[in-house]
Unconditional design. Structure first.
Length: 691
């Protein structure tokens, strides 16, 4: 296969056509290969799966390419990339033969397990099996048992299953952990000579109170010319995680940390993420930095990019910094107030230049010592969060601009840009029409006008009942951000050049960015021909992590709302479909479905897509996204991670609306009341997103 054919993922001849895509196996056992830029999926019968599993990226040969009268059929010829190598299921041991059967909705072949690779598992145990190989002449894939599923409770088991089904290993192999343990934390003289020494400059970190890894710090000092020197210092993960090493392979496989309500599944072993690369206070640390000279009008007069060594003087929480901003008092209050003033100026300039001011609510669960949710908190993004966000954006933008100027034979150097394409006008049209019905006008003249219209809408809708729905609908109309070597800019941020540089502990693209950046500084350019393949892998893993995080949050919502069966709550319609509408409770932000089946006694409802509504054919009763409704919780299915609500035709008196106090509802029930039991509280660890 030629290089061109490999890069395009397609091979043609007079007889055959081979394309690359993702295999999805339905519950019935039929397979479908989804190929980008191909209108219809390719059907693959079970006996043509080859050695592929559900979710794998595969090469598929078209079997009836010349016959356009039938659905396209194919057979899988090769597995390009496994979606996952760890699986949860049950082990069967009979005499000297052992087989592993995976659980899940998608059919999987049983694994043959060598008796020497049971690792203590016994017949009937629930286990995690690792796929090892599936040789050409083998009838069954081979695997080994890597863990026996001993969960603290059903919630713990559910979180582990979510991670495994999303394709994320639950633990690191012993060899990877040993490689991490062998790394030295000592600062060497040889390494010092290669770096700018910033240890004498006031430096601090600002993170959530429950953060365990600190991958960014800010330094600040006054210069004699009246400007300020502000450094954005990022943990130098690439110093420890070298290309091709065991640590590198493990990090690339995961590509991202995954944040579930009660745990973090890290991209790197704890020795690296929480010790060697964590910019902890009162410790010298290797870092990669962007150091700016900025005047009091937030104008960048000079910038320097390179490897440094820093010493954090203090670890701040967001809450502490927010208090300092509000009271204008506290430790290092003058530099914090200065940084906040500059951040606000940078933020205003961004929006003036076309950035869109989308904001998202962060919902966190209060958990007891067993991980059971006992309360829900909606976190607000305040000035302290925005302070950090603006300086991280500044550093990411500066690095991308610097790299974008580097050319090799007049071609851009392979790189990992973080891009966000311009909106598709056709996809935007229904949203514009919907917004207009709520009284919000849109100027569709060009991309800049669209961004301005979005910002005006988001400003005017603030505090109104339809705010959350309009914001969520607006986000859905946008293109998805991704990693790619094709630099099309970041529309949402209003940047022509943007990348991810600031979180290498939890994102693999940032590690790739650091490596390319250092190769430019060293004048020994890293030309990675596999860069785009790596970018796609990282984008895919990011989406898998987001889906896992949504599944984890949904599980905790259902687990929390089980105690309120029969209770009535105020809610807002958050989505509509042919089979019902979703309602998000105002108080808990927990979403459930009101089925059209439960509305059949009232009317026969049909979907009105243009108006994001269900409309009754006889009565004309309309359920539209953004409408306020009262619902009753009627079912909470943990296995399906599904909440079922029913519409309450007349709103309950205000005295009956639920109030949550320490995770306990005071709503009136139609039947008996089950209150949440008081318990020790903890809040799930969650890294605040720094774009």
């Amino acid at each position: 296969m030629s290089k061109h054919q490999q890069s395009s993922g397609k091979k043609k001849s007079s007889q055959t056509e081979i394309v690359k895509g993702k295999l999805e196996i339905s519950r019935s056992g039929m397979g479908f290969v989804i190929v980008e830029d191909r209108e219809k999926d390719i059907i693959v019968k079970p006996n043509e799966f080859g050695k592929a599993f559900h979710g794998d990226t595969v090469r598929v040969q078209i079997l009836n390419g010349q016959d356009r009268t039938r659905r396209t059929e194919g057979k899988i010829t090769a597995v390009v990339e496994r979606k996952q190598t760890d699986f949860i299921g049950t082990i069967s041991v009979k005499e000297k033969i052992a087989f592993f059967t995976a659980t899940g909705n998608n059919p999987m072949p049983d694994f043959h397990i060598d008796m020497a690779k049971l690792n203590g598992a016994k017949d009937g145990d629930r286990v995690v099996a690792k796929f090892l190989k599936w040789d050409k002449n083998d009838k069954k894939p081979e695997g080994e048992i890597i863990a026996i599923m001993t969960a603290q409770n059903e919630g713990d088991m559910a979180m582990k299953e979510i991670l495994v089904h999303a394709g994320f290993p639950l633990s690191f192999e012993d060899a990877v952990l040993k490689a991490a343990d062998a790394l030295s934390p000592n600062i060497t003289r040889e390494e010092l000579k290669k770096r700018k020494d910033c240890r004498d400059i006031l430096t601090f970190t600002i993170d959530p109170y429950d953060a365990k890894d600190f991958d960014d710090a800010i330094s600040i000092r006054n210069l004699d010319n009246g400007n300020y020197e502000i450094g954005v210092h990022i943990a130098d993960v690439s110093h420890f995680v070298t290309p091709g090493s065991l640590l590198d392979k493990a990090a690339y496989e995961r590509a991202t940390s995954v944040y579930l309500p009660d745990r973090v599944n890290p991209m790197l072993p704890e020795k690296i993420s929480n010790e060697l690369c964590s910019l902890r206070p009162n410790e010298d640390k290797y870092s990669f930095s962007v150091i700016f000279q900025i005047n009091n009008r937030a104008e960048i007069k000079h910038q320097w990019i390179g490897r440094t060594i820093i010493h954090s003087n203090h670890r701040f929480t967001y809450e502490e910094v927010q208090q300092t901003i509000e009271t204008k008092d506290g430790l290092h209050f003058k530099p914090i107030l200065l940084l906040n003033d500059l951040a606000q100026q940078f933020r205003k300039k961004r929006f003036d230049n076309g950035a869109i001011n989308f904001s998202s609510q962060e919902v966190k669960f209060k958990l007891d010592d067993t991980g059971k949710p006992i309360g829900i908190v909606v976190k607000e993004s305040k000035e302290a969060h925005k302070l950090i966000e603006e300086f991280m954006l500044l550093a990411n933008k500066a690095v991308a601009e610097y790299v974008s100027k580097i050319k090799v034979n007049k071609e851009p150097i392979p790189f990992s840009y973080r891009t966000h394409d311009e909106p598709n006008v056709e996809k935007l049209a229904p949203f514009v029409a919907f917004a207009k019905k709520h009284g919000y006008e849109f100027d569709m003249k060009d991309e800049r006008s669209i961004a301005t219209s979005f910002n005006n809408l988001l400003k005017n809708v603030k505090g109104k009942p339809e705010e959350h729905v309009i914001e969520q609908l607006g986000i859905r109309t946008m293109a998805k951000a991704k990693y790619t070597a094709e630099n099309v800019g970041h529309y949402g941020l209003g940047f022509e050049n943007y990348c991810h540089f600031t979180s290498p502990i939890r994102r693999y693209p940032d590690v790739m960015v650091h490596r390319v950046l250092q190769s430019i500084i060293d004048k020994n350019l890293l030309i990675d021909k596999a860069m785009e393949e790596k970018n796609k892998h990282c984008s895919d893993k990011e989406r898998a992590a987001m889906e896992a995080e949504r599944a984890g949050n949904k599980y905790k919502q259902v687990e929390y709302m089980r105690q309120f069966i029969g209770d009535e709550f105020e809610g807002v319609i958050s989505g509509v479909s042919t089979f019902g509408f979703w309602v998000e409770t105002v108080e808990h932000k927990c979403e459930g479905l009101v089925s059209v089946k439960d509305l059949s006694d009232y009317d026969d409802f049909r979907l009105d897509e243009a108006n994001y509504a269900l409309v009754g054919l006889r009565t004309g009763k309309t359920f539209r996204m953004g409408d306020d409704v009262t619902i009753r919780v009627i079912a909470a299915n943990l296995d399906k991670r599904q909440l079922d609500y029913e519409w309450v035709t007349t709103a309950a008196p205000k005295s009956k609306q639920a109030k949550t106090v320490g995770g306990k509802s005071t709503a009136k029930k139609a039947t008996t009341k089950t209150a949440a039991k008081p318990a020790a509280k903890k809040t799930a660890t969650k890294k605040t997103s720094k774009k």
